[in-house]
Design a protein around this ligand. Structure first.
Ligand code: MG
Length: 382
C-alpha cells in the first residue's frame, strides 16, 4: 500500500488525483490532504477518504473551520509549516504537489528534501528554482515525476531511446481559445472569453495562461530544467485537438508521441504507478471514429508571451522567478478588470527587463525577487 499526500487537494489537479487514488484503492491510500481556504470541500474529502491529516494552509481560518466537517479519524492542522510537515512525514511515500502558483514551492521543496517521490503538478517549482530543485532532488535521492501532461508525455516518450540520442522535444500547445487571432484582435478579449478553453477543463489561472500561451512559455522553462535540455532542443507546435501531448525526436529522425484524450487523470496516475501501468479510469481514444489531427507553427507575434518563455529558458538564473511572479499578478489584474489581455505579456516583459539579474541565485534571493516582481507588476500601468 503506497501512502499518498496531496498538497492542493481541492483544486482541479487535486480532485482528479483523489478520483485516481480512489480507483486504485487496492494499492494506493490517501494519507494527507491540504487546501488553502476551501475547508468545507477539504472536510468532505476527509469524510470520503479518512486520511490521517488534513491541512488548511490559511491560518486565519483557525476559528472559522468547523471540526465537524472532518472525519474524526483525521487530524486537522493549520498553516504553511503543517504543509511542510505533511510533505515530509515518514509515513508518506508519494507527495502530489498540486498547489497552484509560486505558493506551491515550499511544500514541493520539503518533499524533495525528505527524499520522497514527488508527482509534480506545480510547474512553478521548476520555473522559479529549476537548477536548485534538480540539485536538491539529486542530493536527497528524491524522485521527481512530471504530472503536467506535456512533460509526462516527454517522460514517457524518452523511454523509447537512449538519452544521448535525443535530438529535440516538441511540446504541443492547444493554442487556447484565441488561436488564429492577430494581436490587434486580442485587444478586447474579456475574462469570460479567456476562461472558455476549447479542450482542457482547468483552474482559472492556468486557463488564462493557456489563452495568452504563457502556459506554454512556462512549460518550455519547466522542460529545460526537468530534462536537462538546451533551449535549441525545445520546440513548440500548436495542436488544437490536444490528443498528442508532446513528442520526442531522436537523432535518426524517429518521432515518438504520447497520445490520449485530454484528461489529467492519466498523467496523474502514471506518476503514481510508475514504472508500472495499470488499467484505470482515464478515458480512451476511440479509433472507430474519424479523427483529424492538425499541427501548426505558433504565432509569436500574436502571442509574445511564448517568446518570453524561450528567452527566460535561455537566460536562466533569476528570470524564471520574475516572469512567473509578474505573470501571476498580471493574470489577477486581468481577471479583476484592471489590465487588458495584451497587457499580460507587456507587464511580464517590463518587470523582467528592469529586474536585477543574477545567474546563480539562492532560494532566499529568488523568493525576495518573487515579492519584488509582484510589487512591480501591481503598480505597472499601461
Ligand atoms: Mg500542460
Amino acid at each position: 500500500m503506497k501512502q499518498i499526500a496531496v498538497l492542493g487537494s481541492t483544486g482541479s489537479i487535486g480532485t482528479n488525483c483523489l478520483d485516481v487514488v480512489e480507483s486504485l484503492s487496492g494499492s494506493l491510500q490517501l494519507a494527507g490532504i491540504s487546501a488553502h481556504h476551501s475547508w468545507e470541500q477539504l472536510g468532505s474529502q476527509s469524510r470520503r477518504f479518512e486520511p490521517r491529516w488534513a491541512v488548511v494552509a490559511d491560518e486565519d481560518l483557525q476559528n472559522t473551520v468547523g471540526r465537524d466537517a472532518f472525519s474524526p479519524k483525521t487530524e486537522l492542522l493549520f498553516g504553511p509549516e503543517a504543509i511542510e510537515r505533511l510533505a515530509s512525514a515518514d509515513e508518506v511515500d508519494i507527495v502530489v504537489a498540486a498547489i497552484v502558483g509560486a505558493a506551491g514551492l515550499r511544500g514541493a521543496w520539503a518533499a524533495l528534501e525528505a527524499g520522497k517521490r514527488v508527482a509534480l503538478a506545480n510547474k512553478e517549482t521548476l520555473i522559479v528554482a529549476g537548477p536548485l530543485v534538480m540539485e536538491l532532488a539529486d542530493r536527497s535521492g528524491a524522485t521527481l515525476l512530471p504530472v503536467d501532461s506535456e512533460h509526462s508525455a516527454i517522460f514517457q516518450a524518452l523511454q523509447a531511446g537512449r538519452r544521448e540520442d535525443v535530438r529535440r522535444v516538441v511540446l504541443t500547445a492547444s493554442g487556447g481559445p484565441f488561436r488564429g487571432r492577430t494581436a490587434k484582435q486580442l485587444g478586447d478579449v474579456t475574462p469570460e472569453m479567456a476562461l472558455a478553453h476549447p479542450t482542457w477543463d482547468m483552474g482559472a489561472k492556468i486557463t488564462v495562461d493557456s489563452a495568452t500561451m504563457m502556459n506554454k512559455a512556462l512549460e518550455v522553462i519547466e522542460a529545460k530544467w526537468l530534462f536537462d535540455l538546451d533551449v535549441e532542443q525545445i520546440e513548440v507546435v500548436v495542436h488544437p485537438q490536444s490528443i498528442v501531448h508532446s513528442m520526442v525526436e531522436f537523432v535518426d529522425g524517429s518521432v515518438i508521441a504520447q497520445m490520449s484524450p485530454p484528461d489529467m487523470k492519466l498523467p496523474i496516475q502514471y506518476a503514481l504507478t510508475w514504472p508500472e501501468r495499470t488499467a484505470g479510469i482515464s478515458p480512451r481514444l476511440n479509433w472507430t471514429d474519424t479523427m483529424t489531427m492538425e499541427f501548426h507553427p505558433p504565432d509569436f507575434d500574436a502571442f509574445p508571451a511564448l517568446k518570453l518563455g524561450f528567452e527566460v529558458a535561455e537566460r536562466g538564473g533569476t528570470c524564471g522567478a520574475v516572469l512567473n511572479a509578474a505573470n501571476e499578478v498580471a493574470v489577477e489584474r486581468f481577471l479583476t478588470g484592471t489590465l487588458s489581455f495584451n497587457d499580460i505579456p507587456r507587464v511580464s516583459r517590463a518587470v523582467l527587463d528592469t529586474h536585477e539579474f543574477d545567474s546563480q541565485p539562492t532560494l532566499t534571493g529568488l523568493l525576495r525577487l518573487d515579492e519584488w516582481a509582484r510589487k512591480e507588476a501591481r503598480r505597472w500601468t499601461p
